[in-house]
Ligand binder design. Structure first.
Ligand code: KG4
Ligand code: ZN
Length: 354
């Protein structure tokens, strides 16, 4: 069966066709994955402007879906279902995808599957590599989320820890902004960090030791916090600017490298603490920040030294895309889960453990 996936949760309009293979070890193959990026529109404003994002989704969605079907050499008649990101995300952006998917499913007589955006990111790993040895610990690290999940069986996601404040990608974007580097900041900081000295400034990492009163069911020591590090970078840059001379290129590269060392070390350490605690037989990393060159290198090295197979998706599957939503949709569909045509976009949709 082929499924059409649609993703419009933030600033990428994406549609993809994913087909089942019949092979339980590698269940899905990507037939097309079209992404129309709005980066050029939002760059001028230094971040995503929600109203501009939703208007652009309206302009792009029909062409992106038509291209995804054409690239996959299929038509509506060749599909078995339509999957769409229902949340979380920007509500105006989500609404465009959800309304389109509902209308398309109704018109083509296809079942509809509402997908959680983070389930999509998690499924990007088996979409690329095939099913992981279970139990697996998954680090989902993006612009809106930084969370650790225990996956005991395919499609079941148990939250182990999450950020108490900023997501890692958000911290990257904010540091880039305060250094005047442009948007989106993650890839720019990543590039500059490669030329800098990562121990030029020894910012500490944050280790949480107590449960969050808002989530007492989590122990808390697998949670993350990046806002203190972001403030430390801000204070460093402000004090340095008060000296009256602009930051040199060398200093900016050193700041990027030092910031990145702390973020990546925190992510890698916490992931393997979780893996050890839960006897994980594999580790996966997904979400936009999994495109980071140092995170990819360090987490693979950490997995190798601990003897835990570690998997990162391809770069195209790391950042937002509809192929991962299609894969997560197929997972739900095969578990007998579809959505009524009455579903609505939900900007705060929870990822429920199954
Ligand atoms: O998953 P994603 O495409 O969208 C969300 O669901 O948020 O993630 C976007 C985030 C942005 O914060 C972006 O700066 C970050 O991923 N990102 C990176 C890199 N590429 C994208 N962060 C660090 N290094 C990168 N190479
Ligand atoms: Zn995402």
């Amino acid at each position: 069966m082929k499924i059409l996936g649609i993703e419009t949760s933030c600033d990428e309009t994406s549609a993809a066709v994913v087909e089942e293979t019949g092979d339980a070890a590698k269940p899905w193959v990507i037939r097309s994955n079209v992404v129309a990026s709005q980066v050029a529109i939002h760059r001028e404003w230094g971040g995503v402007v929600p109203e501009l994002a939703s208007r652009q989704h309206v302009r792009d969605i029909c062409g992106v879906v038509e291209t995804a079907l054409a690239d996959a050499h299929t038509t509506w008649a060749g599909l078995g279902a339509v999957a769409v990101t229902q949340g979380p995300g920007l509500v105006g952006s989500l609404l465009v995808g959800v309304a389109f998917a509902k209308a398309a499913a109704a018109a083509a007589g296809l079942p509809l599957v509402g997908v959680h955006h983070l389930a999509g990111h998690i499924e990007s790993v088996p979409l690329h590599h095939g099913e992981l040895p279970m139990p697996a610990v998954m680090l989902v690290v993006s612009g809106g989320h930084t969370s650790l999940y225990l996956v005991k069986a395919p499609g079941s996601y148990e939250l182990l820890g999450r950020t108490r404040d900023d997501a890692a990608g958000e911290a990257y974007d904010k540091v880039a902004k305060l250094l005047g580097l442009g948007y989106p900041g993650g890839p720019i900081v990543d590039k500059l960090a490669r030329t800098g000295n990562d121990t030029a400034i020894r910012w500490p990492g944050t280790r949480l030791t107590h449960a969050d009163r808002n989530a007492p069911q989590l122990k808390g020591d697998l949670d993350f916090s990046f806002s203190g590090l972001k403030t430390a970078v801000l204070r460093h840059v402000t004090l340095r600017r008060e000296q009256g001379t602009p930051l040199t290129e060398r200093e900016i590269a050193d700041i990027c490298a030092s910031f990145q060392r702390v973020v990546v070390k925190t992510l890698v350490d916490r992931t393997f603490t979780a893996a050890q605690r839960h006897d994980a037989r594999s580790v996966g990393v997904a979400g936009g920040v999994s495109a980071n060159s140092r995170l990819r290198a360090d987490i693979m090295a950490a997995g190798e030294s601990r003897g835990i197979p570690t998997f990162v998706p391809s770069l195209a599957l790391s950042t937002d895309n509809a192929a991962m939503i299609a894969a997560a949709g197929l997972r739900l569909f095969r578990a007998g889960i579809t959505s009524p045509l009455t579903i609505n976009a939900d900007p705060a949709l929870p990822l429920v453990a199954r």
